[in-house]
Design a protein around this ligand. Structure first.
Ligand code: S3P
Length: 432
């Protein structure tokens, strides 16, 4: 996979309609909660990506019967909160930090031992942010110097905690809440900045009493999850690449159908609009309890902005796309308070800065962000460092570059957006 590359070039305007695949965060959680529920759940809109399928495969390994009657559909035969079976070997999370961190919490509450492993990128990512609070709850988890693999010793009685962490992370919050399902007493999590609340919303949909508001969540152990059907909306993070591309390419007009619009995910919209983007929302509605809307985007010239720090968490996965928008804007864009980008699938500050410099952009790195001086892009060869979102961001950049751009190591796009290249070509991207 790692030697796959795209050769991209500037094309004509982007036109047409796009429906992006299902939300990755929600797909993971749907499998997890459906597996632990009493009864049978149907999931529609499930993301057929490597990350979401890794979660599915791990639950199959723990004895959960999951049918796949059609692409994007799953029927999960829940085994109840205490019905998982010990896996016969290690559980492989692949590239997925969400799978590993959420499962660390969930598996800490089981009566059996388990071992979570991941690929080279995941094996470098910090896990102490979940193992430390879980240890306070009574879990016993060994790491390799704070990184995967995780050795989870089951059979520990968990106690609730009140947790106020320093990092705003939905993965950390979710790990603690999932362990809290098995803990005695009320588990509370407070975040510095609010993060996506899918775990809280979905637990509530499965009938578990949860109190939550932006930045806070609390639940007590001792209840049960009741099977309910889940409809997964389209992933805003996948839509983001098309929003930026159509904004940048002159003459473009693209309609993105029924995109998930949870306010904890749509920070990029605010920033792009502040930069001058023309993005309209139509046909607003609800899908699976989540707000959705059609997004109509037309080309518009952009100007640089200071990204407000308080919305960094609401666009944490969209910075590769934003860096490209900033590189094509008039003036300077400043990103601060985003040190988390350094511990994603790659160090996204360094990797984006390196690639943009290769394309002739002046970018200054800071410990927790970057200063991007907008201008025009030339062709070149950029490396995604096996990071799916970096690869897609550079495919977008190439659509407005003055020469061909070769993007190396794009195989991991399949972790979040299988079919990206085909969909992108259909609306006018030059990419092959
Ligand atoms: C996710 C949370 C985010 C995000 C990731 C998915 C989730 O990570 O970057 O792609 O599903 O909870 P953090 O919450 O650790 O920032």
């Amino acid at each position: 996979m790692s030697d796959q590359a795209w050769v991209c070039g500037a094309g004509g305007p982007l036109h047409g309609e796009v429906t992006v695949p299902g939300d990755k965060s929600i797909s993971h959680r749907a499998i997890m909660l459906a597996a632990l529920a009493d009864g049978v759940c149907r999931i529609d809109g499930f993301l057929e990506s490597a990350d979401a399928r890794a979660t599915e495969a791990m639950f199959r390994q723990m004895g959960v019967h999951i049918e796949a009657p059609a692409p994007g559909a799953r029927i999960v035969h829940g085994v109840g909160l205490h019905g998982l079976r010990p896996p016969s070997g290690p559980l492989d999370c692949g590239n997925s930090g969400t799978a590993m961190r959420l499962l660390a919490g969930l598996l800490a509450g089981q009566r059996f031992h388990s071992r979570l492993i991941g690929d080279a990128s995941l094996s470098r990512r910090p896990m102490q942010r979940v193992t430390a609070p879980l240890a306070r709850m009574g879990a016993r988890i060994e790491t390799a110097n704070g990184c995967p693999p995780l050795e989870i010793h089951g059979n520990n009685a968990l106690q609730s905690i009140d947790y106020a962490g320093e990092v705003s992370s939905a993965q950390v919050k979710s790990a603690i809440l999932l362990a809290g399902l098995y803990a005695e007493g009320t588990t509370r999590v407070t975040e510095p900045e609010p993060t996506r609340d899918y775990t809280e919303r979905m637990l509530a949909a499965f009938g578990w009493p949860v109190e939550f508001s932006p930045g806070r969540a609390a639940l007590a152990g001792g209840h049960r999850l009741q099977a309910t059907d889940v409809v997964v909306p389209a992933d805003f993070s996948s839509a983001a690449f098309f929003l930026v591309a159509a904004t940048l390419v002159p003459g473009s007009r693209l309609l993105l159908r029924q995109v998930g619009m949870n306010p904890r995910r749509t920070g990029l919209l605010q920033v792009l609009r502040a930069m001058g983007a023309r993005i309209e929302e139509h046909a607003a509605g609800e899908q699976g309890g989540e707000p959705v809307a059609d997004l109509l985007v037309r080309h518009a010239p952009l100007v640089g902005v200071d990204v407000p720090q308080e919305i960094v968490a609401d666009m944490i996965d969209e910075f590769p796309a934003l860096f490209v928008a900033a590189a094509c804007a008039t003036g300077t864009t400043v990103v601060r308070g985003a040190a988390e980008l350094r511990v994603k699938e790659s160090d996204r500050i360094t990797v984006m800065a390196q690639g943009l410099r290769e394309l002739g952009v002046h970018v200054e790195e800071t410990p927790d962000g970057a200063v991007i001086h907008g201008g025009s892009l030339r062709g070149g060869r950029v490396h995604s460092r096996a990071d799916h979102r970096v690869a897609m961001a550079f495919a977008v950049a190439a659509q407005v570059s003055k020469g061909p751009v070769r993007v190396e190591d794009v195989g991991n796009v399949a972790t979040s957006f299988p079919g990206f290249a085909r969909l992108a070509q259909e609306v006018g991207f030059r990419l092959g």
